[in-house]
Write a protein that binds this ligand. Structure first.
Ligand code: CU
Length: 414
């Protein structure tokens, strides 16, 4: 296939049969795809639709056998949790961008409209495709200038948890939140009841600030599941006995060891497809390396509220500062009064731990370092933390509230 046949400039596009104004394309995005396909509902093709907690699926329409999607790259505001809104870049008003779902063998067409203040491109991370469709601006295609729309089109020759992200000023654009899942289901029916996709990311936003700093390489202070931090992360709800798949994607600058309490699971897939059953082994923590995806599967056979979080402990903190002196065990009683004379409101911190820091004052648009309240008090977490809620006999998958532990199954104070 000739690249020019399938990547066309905005001008050519607007003059051709595929002409779509941004406004019309947005309207098409908002409407259910023809043929009875409603995003988020089970599809005729037989796969369980992926749930993107705190996110959405990208609608598509069928155009003579081709699944057509439309991504609009644009600035947006994202609430990370109540009390903090961040100036991000993403797709269709969201970070991560809406999840693209298709089936192995599908021919897909993705229109990409650039409404950013700078040029961009989209790389289909992990996809097997013609070289011209790979999205590395300058190498495989021209940059998509502001105001232009490019069309990518290729046939899905694989299945797996793929991703998409820019390959043009990639450092800045990814630091601001430009990334999304591109999930390709296998042809045969998937054997899961609940299928969740969580994009891992990290950000550097100074206390009181609202714009991520793309120049930061290692010292991040906010760590997100689908661009939300605890307690803003949606719970994952399953019925007892459901087979659950958790998909994790990582386009941040660090690996994230994701730990699930109360369960064992096996890694069943990566961005390159299914892991052969003979290569699987049981784990309770899956390390998700940079530039990778990991699918894990389990049977939700133990009811409860089970923590799911990154096990790098700084990654479950919000607005974490890393340049503090270590005050553990340092008596600060008299120093506090002296400093307070110079700095009214000063609080000595860290002498016996930092748990109480969730109560301290802070600049506006800044979340407490540790946060969230559960049925037994403060949870003292932040960042990459959510809860898998497994319940008996659920009528639906709405948040069922906190788990009521059966008598005799809780620790006793003696
Ligand atoms: Cu982490």
């Amino acid at each position: 296939m000739n690249r020019r046949d399938v990547i066309v400039s905005s001008a050519a596009l607007l003059g051709g049969a595929l002409a779509l104004t941004n406004k019309a394309a947005r309207a098409a995005d908002a409407a259910p795809a023809p043929g009875g396909d409603v995003p988020g509902a089970p599809r005729a093709e037989g796969y369980t639709p992926v749930i993107t907690p705190n996110g959405t699926a990208l609608p598509w329409r069928l155009d003579r056998g081709v699944k057509e999607f439309h991504l609009v790259a644009e600035p947006l505001k994202r609430e990370f949790a109540a009390g903090m809104t961040v100036n991000c870049w993403g797709y269709n008003g969201q970070t991560p961008g809406p999840t693209i779902e298709a089936v192995e063998g599908d021919r897909v067409r993705v229109l990409v409209t650039n409404k950013l203040p700078e040029r961009t491109s989209v790389h289909w991370h992990g996809a097997l495709l013609p070289n011209g469709m790979d999205g590395v601006a300058g190498l495989n295609q021209p940059h998509i200038e502001p105001g232009e729309t490019y069309v990518y089109e290729f046939t899905l020759r694989q299945h797996g948890t793929l991703m998409y992200h820019p390959h043009s000023d990639e450092m800045v654009q990814m630091a601001l939140g430009m990334m999304g899942f591109f999930i390709v289901h296998p042809r045969q029916r998937a054997a899961v009841d609940r299928d969740f996709a969580i994009m891992l990311h990290e950000w550097s936003i100074p206390p009181g600030g609202a714009t991520p700093n793309p120049a930061v390489m290692t010292d991040f202070n906010l760590f997100t599941f689908n661009s939300r931090v605890w307690p803003g992360t949606a719970p994952l709800v399953a019925k007892r006995g459901d087979r659950v798949r958790l998909r994790f994607g990582n386009l941040s600058m660090d690996s994230h060891p994701i730990h699930l309490h109360g369960y064992r699971f096996t890694v069943t897939g990566t961005e390159a497809g299914t892991v052969p059953p003979t290569a699987r082994f049981p784990e309770a923590t899956v390390d998700v390396p940079v530039g990778s995806t990991r699918d894990v599967e389990l049977v939700a056979d133990e009811p409860g509220d089970w923590a799911l979080h990154c096990h790098k402990s700084h990654h479950t903190m919000n607005a974490m500062s890393h340049d503090l002196p270590n005050m553990l065990g340092v008596a600060q009683g008299t120093a506090e009064d002296k400093v307070r004379a110079l700095l009214p409101g000063y609080m000595a911190m860290g002498e016996s731990g930092m748990g109480s820091m969730m109560d301290m004052g802070r600049p506006k648009n800044t979340l407490p370092m540790m946060s969230g309240t559960g049925p037994f008090g403060p949870i003292e977490m932040g960042g990459m933390f959510t809860v898998l809620k497994v319940r008996e006999g659920l009528a639906n998958y709405d948040d069922p509230g906190w788990y009521k532990q059966p008598p005799g199954t809780s620790p006793r104070k003696v």
